[in-house]
Design a protein around this ligand. Structure first.
Ligand SMILES: C[S@@+](CC[C@H](N)C(=O)[O-])C[C@H]1O[C@@H](n2cnc3c(N)ncnc32)[C@H](O)[C@@H]1O
Length: 344
């Protein structure tokens, strides 16, 4: 058991005073002074009553303070609880939103992936169909180099070879050699035409020459090295094939524009029609590969707007555009000459 705490000085004084009063009352009663004893007892009781009242007041104040502290603590607890609940609710809502966003994004991606796969499958089917038709037209004398990627797709090749068979060009000029050169050469071997292919990369020019040799097509097709040189058109310089490589060419009746590659600079293929218009036959066909690309779309639009006699033909298979060129010859008859002489 813990010992009782020592009384304070005040408590000791009060206890002392009570003891003195009790002793005085007892002493007075024993000595027969009953009046004094009663008076001392009355003083003692009055003091005791005052003490009890004081204690009651103190206890009341303590209880009131205690209740206030309890109210304060409860209010702080309530506020904290509300804040925690609010934060949890916000977190749950944010997590719900995030979850919904993620679910939506996932669903959109799945849809896009499914559409992409579907497109790819359809495109692959078209390419396989085109490849089957291409090989039905020829029996190659050596393994064919791969098509697709850097080269014309089978669908584009199929359309190109169909144009060669149906329009029977005598001279085909190709910008950018590769697999297509071999296919074109096979087609021209049957129709009796000739192919000149330009390449700015000596290594790829050589590769195409070897392929043509392997397929015994060097009598039909020739690959010329044509390094890129600056060509200035409308005050703008473009890296384009060295024009010396085509200096001897006349009456090109099919022009295939499949170079220079996009990476050589913006609007890389724009100079083609501007530089080569004079080399075309009076009636010629122009096949423009990668016509879906932004730069090529721009070039196509500007050519058709500015070159007289150049029109785009209807929808083509694959990613190339077909254009038809008819040279417009301005007739200066005697009337024109006379009127120009008299006006001068
Ligand atoms: C669009 S490609 C021309 C491809 C060609 N007309 C064909 O369809 O096969 C343009 C350039 O790519 C380069 N090239 C040719 N063969 C290549 C190969 N196997 N890999 C990467 N580039 C090649 C050549 O320099 C060519 O001029």
């Amino acid at each position: 058991m813990r010992p009782l705490p020592r009384p304070t000085r005040r408590q000791a004084a009060l206890l002392g005073a009570a003891a003195v009063l009790c002793a005085a009352a007892g002493g007075s009663a024993l000595t027969g002074h009953l009046g004094v004893a009663l008076t001392v007892l009355a003083v003692f009781l009055a003091g005791l009553l005052g003490l009890v009242l004081l204690l009651a007041r103190r206890l009341g104040a303590l209880l009131a303070a205690n209740r206030k502290t309890q109210r304060d603590v409860r209010s702080v607890l309530d506020q904290t609880q509300r804040r925690v609940l609010g934060a949890v609710e916000e977190m749950l809502l944010a997590a719900g939103d995030r979850h919904r966003e993620l679910t939506d994004a996932l669903a959109a991606q799945q849809k896009a992936a499914a559409a992409g796969t579907d497109r790819l499958l359809r495109a692959q089917t078209s390419e396989v169909e085109a490849l089957v038709q291409l090989f039905q037209g020829f029996t190659p004398r050596a393994p064919m180099p791969s098509s697709g990627g850097f080269a014309l797709n089978p669908t584009d090749l199929l359309d190109l070879l169909h144009l060669i068979r149906s329009r029977r060009p005598r001279l085909v000029l190709e910008l950018g050699s590769g697999t297509s050169s071999v296919w074109i050469a096979y087609a021209l071997e049957q129709t009796g035409g000739r192919l000149i292919s330009l390449d700015h990369e000596p290594m790829y020019a050589e590769k195409t020459r070897s392929a043509l040799a392997e397929h015994q097509l060097t009598g039909v097709a020739e690959v010329r090295d044509a390094p890129l040189r600056p060509v200035v058109l409308d005050g703008r310089s473009f890296p384009w094939y060295d024009v010396d490589a085509v200096a001897d060419l006349r009456a090109v009746d099919l022009l295939l524009i499949d170079g220079p590659p996009e990476k050589t600079g913006p609007d890389a293929r724009y100079p083609a029609m501007r530089v080569l218009e004079d080399k075309l036959a009076d009636a010629a066909t122009v096949v423009f590969d990668d016509a879906h690309r932004h730069d090529e779309q721009q070039a196509l639009r500007r050519w058709v707007e500015t070159i007289e006699g150049l029109t785009q033909e209807g929808e083509a298979l694959g990613r190339h555009a077909v254009l038809s060129y008819r040279r417009i010859v301005r007739q200066h008859g005697p009337v024109d000459e006379i009127s120009s002489r008299s006006s001068g």
